[in-house]
Design a protein around this ligand. Structure first.
Ligand SMILES: C[S@@+](CC[C@H](N)C(=O)[O-])C[C@H]1O[C@@H](n2cnc3c(N)ncnc32)[C@H](O)[C@@H]1O
Length: 241
């Protein structure tokens, strides 16, 4: 969840983007482990992947790991923020991997005009879906799922509230205690949680009405939950049913 305390905090080209690498570690307990788990999943499910797509690679921390485990893969990176692209490009230069990546400097919706259906062995969007309000989440999910090749993998993570209000309140109260342990003030905690379903929207794939294009992705497998963040895996059927 958004850890900065004003309404413009999701400006990835401004202060929020500048501080993203530190604030995400406040938002996602065990962020490094979370990324390692994503990389392990890709290595386990599509070690021979050739063409991978990342939507919103942010500062490039996940990309560094993915390039290391998917050694045959080229990555298409869809990232609208110039600031986040510049952080990501600096990471790529450090590991000499610039040549393995193509950029689409735009949003997913616009990138769809040039992305070919069913052409990626892995489609990855970590911590993207919660930036979209619910109607746009469904649209983005359909767009992403059409890009997965037969037999391919889709990996998503998002801020995701529990549908059971009692369980949800429990997790929220744990998340609040964690922020207190980190020394965040009560006023800041209130501000952070005021972004819920205002600028950060819960995403839950079980609530999506999937269209005919996405049926052969099957049900999501929830791989991880840490506080209010979850990660899911889909494997597209190799052939149409
Ligand atoms: C919360 S960050 C996630 C970064 C990284 N994937 C991670 O898990 O730490 C979201 C990223 O998605 C990008 N983004 C925002 N809106 C987008 C859109 N409509 N299409 C593609 N990327 C978008 C942002 O610029 C940012 O880099």
């Amino acid at each position: 969840m958004n850890q900065k305390v004003n309404s413009s905090s999701l400006d990835f080209d401004g202060e929020y983007g500048l501080r993203y690498r530190s604030s995400v570690r406040g938002s996602i307990p065990g962020y490094e482990t979370f990324l390692e788990f994503a990389a392990s999943t890709l290595k386990s499910q599509c070690p021979e992947a050739q063409d991978c797509l990342i939507i919103g690679p942010g500062a490039g921390e996940e990309l560094t790991l993915f390039l290391g485990v998917l050694t045959n893969a080229r990555f298409t990176l869809v990232e609208p923020s110039a600031q986040m692209r510049s952080f990501c490009m600096a990471e790529l230069q450090k590991i000499n991997a610039t040549e393995r990546c193509n950029w689409i400097a735009n949003t997913l919706a616009i990138a769809m005009k040039e992305l070919k259906a069913e052409s990626f062995d892995a489609v990855i969007a970590l911590n993207l879906m919660h930036l979209f309000p619910p109607a746009k989440q469904a649209e983005a999910f359909d767009q992403l799922s059409t890009l997965v090749a037969p037999g391919g993998t889709m990996l998503l993570s998002s801020y995701s509230e529990n549908l059971n209000p009692l369980s949800n309140n429990l997790i929220v109260s744990i998340a609040i205690e964690r922020l207190r342990i980190q020394g965040i003030t009560e006023e800041q905690i209130k501000m952070i949680f005021s972004s819920r379903n205002q600028s950060v929207f819960s995403f839950d794939p079980s609530r999506l009405v999937s269209n005919s294009k996405v049926k052969d992705l099957g049900a999501p497998l929830q791989l991880m939950q840490v506080g209010l963040i979850r990660m899911w895996l889909w494997i597209r059927a190799s052939t149409k049913a």
